[in-house]
Design a protein around this ligand. Sequence first.
Ligand SMILES: *Cc1c(COP(=O)(O)O)cnc(C)c1O
Length: 366
Amino acid sequence: MRVPFLDLKAQYDSIRDEIHGAIDAVIEKTAFAGGPFVTQFENEFADFCDCQFAIGVGSGTEALWLPLLALGVGPGDEVITVPSTFIATAEAISLCGATPVFVDIDEHTYNMNSDLLEAAITPKTKAVIPVHLFGQPVDMDPILEIAREHNLYVIEDACQAHGSEYKGKKAGSMGDAAAFSFYPGKNLGAYGEGGAIVTNNAEMADTMKIFRDHGQSQKYYHGMIGWNARMDGIQGAILSAKLKHLESWNEARRKNASFYNEFIRDLDGIITPYEADYAKHVYHIYAIRVQNRDQLISKLAEKEIFCGIHYPVPVHLQDAYKSLGLGKGSFPVAEKCAEEFVSLPMFPELTEEQIEYVATNIKELI
Ligand SMILES: *Cc1c(COP(=O)(O)O)cnc(C)c1O
């Protein structure tokens, strides 16, 4: 049996007519860059996140960068995040001219350890970016409280957490703003690149809308130096069509995770994902931890089971961030997890037979 890591074709086959209807509508209206289909998606996505505003942009990376710019984060400032994330979180900070500062993660949730946050704050700190890694929401209350005490902004990196909930609150609705990615493999994926910022701050929303359109609020009159960060019309229309299915796809991911848990939870030598009491995890990634992971991954590949690693090198140990001077041992939990993580196949259309096949093979190999 073949079990791919991800199967975007299976999902496309289930919504083929809706996708083609969406694309045709955009072409008929020639609304290619920004425009009514993007606006419609923004309204629907803001509602979905229980937020007032959504701003569609070209990627999740831009969705992290724009709110930092809108808040005036720049050279000389520090922004705190975690080393266990995709590099884009840190890149957005660096592209503002600010410096990323890391705090280690919690060993169970793999998210920011809020006990370590206060010690990382300096007079230069402007903002905190907690990352809802793998689809599990960060324990936000302590972070929001510390941020309030120190006058820091909070931007949620919700690029892996569309629809996840913290104490009943939607990911994206708790910080000053939140970034989402619609990279094709994300829980809500475009047919190309895409991203969005959500916020309840009207002033920030206006600034980000102007910025994403070359700093113009009136065509060819530029009040500030901006950028082209618009979302494609076709992506907006496709995302509107797919948003209607997101809840049921997330439920399918949760069901798949509980099947995996049933089969492999009690095996010695494996740590399965932990869903915190406060969390509705949406399992963008189902990551287990094992010793000798390279061997497990290659043996599973021989059985046509394809895994991933998210992420093999924590951000502070990437060559790109050598200049920060943070060597091995700086963030021991993040480093240990990065050596042990294996992401098992996870997507809504995965069948119970496929999950059982993966689990049986893992059992034999461990
Ligand atoms: C995917 C992702 C991003 C970047 O999104 P892009 O759309 O690829 O630019 C940022 N942060 C995290 C945690 C992500 O998973």
